[in-house]
Ligand binder design. Sequence first.
Ligand code: PLP
Length: 437
Amino acid sequence: YQTLAEADPEVAKIIEDETWRQFSGLELIASEASRPASNLTSLAVMEANGSMLTNKYSEGLPGARYYGGNEHIDILENLCRERALKAFNLDPKVWGVNVQPYSGSTANFAAFTALINPQDRIMGLGLPDGGHLTHGYYTAKKKITASSIYFQSFPYRVTPGTGLIDYEQLTTNAGLYKPRLIVCGASAYPRDWDYQRLRKIADTNGSYLLSDMAHISGLVAAGEQNSPFEYCDVVTTTTHKTLRGPRAGLIFFRKDKESDMEQRVNQAVFPACQGGPHNNTIAGIAVALKQAADPAFKAYAKQVIANARTIAKVLSSHEYKLQTDGTDNHLVLWDLRPLGLTGSKIEKICDECHITVNKNAVSGDTSAQVPGGVRVGLAALTSRSMKEAEMETVAAFLHRAVQIALTAQKEAGDKLLKNFVAAFSNKDNESAKLLEQ
Ligand code: PLP
């Protein structure tokens, strides 16, 4: 037996460097929540995820596999399914869940495959408005996602100015477009969803309603956001964002006998979209779901929102523009366009300071590569037990980063900004000195 460091020092070193990056920096990526060793949950999840379970093939479902030797895997997958339903307070007679999707993207594609036919019409929130690629995104030049290649897609939007979902326009457009499927849920939307209203729009037009609660599923499990389960036909989620599990996806479906949704979803996952389940990941999900049912998780979710609100409050006090002027969940969407800055610049500057944010489109943006905003998520820092007081400091760092960018831009335009990035670690460099002013 050789350890990783003995067998492959190159990869071992990369993992060590990345671990150190995660420990030493401030992680503000809205889709990341866990910090290794910041709490026992994450270590337990990683232990399950790195276990012997990775060796086993188990195509099929518990009790109906295409391989022998699955007696323990069957128990594991059933346990994971039970915990998934319990975490969201779902009656197993009404709801079922498939825990095999490898990721949020494959969960969404499998769910679409189960619900509708190729080239059917879908409506999801547009990417520049906070929606996800897998909700039907295409560019002016190209259909770049499977969800727009295999389905016809017409996005709905947020209202320019307020940044809130334009339910009225969605009502009108859905009436004209008659989508087979309406997708709600987002990657960068700081407010909660009106599922009742969406259900009404779906019913009027004979559409299925699917919620992709990937970003907020941990907050939903904790009862801190509206639950999509009351109104939606199918609910998908990733397991690695606010739910704090390993990287994977889940698909919840109503066990409607007439439409045979259970079989449609299960067959869409395997064999339509995937092969053998990743049993090590399913074990990690099971562990994370057990933790999500714990009262400590509810306290965590509450704190995530309190922390996001504190960041929003401090940034607003400096007169920065935030999409929707604040937040109800784990993220803040910061619109830098009024300052003449791009999200890419702030992401780069923050990277140099070991603060990790991501550039993000804000309503009205035309480029996803050079968007006008950054997305600031508080799930990971909250995993490190940070509270409102620490958030004041983090917001001050962010303020400073923007001031640095503005100073650089004013003094010498983009050239100096580029120099800053190269010079930050060298205190003797003229650009760095200037930026310290
Ligand atoms: N759905 C939403 C709303 C997301 O934000 C994401 C990823 O960020 C996904 C789906 C895709 O998840 P994955 O990266 O696991 O494929």
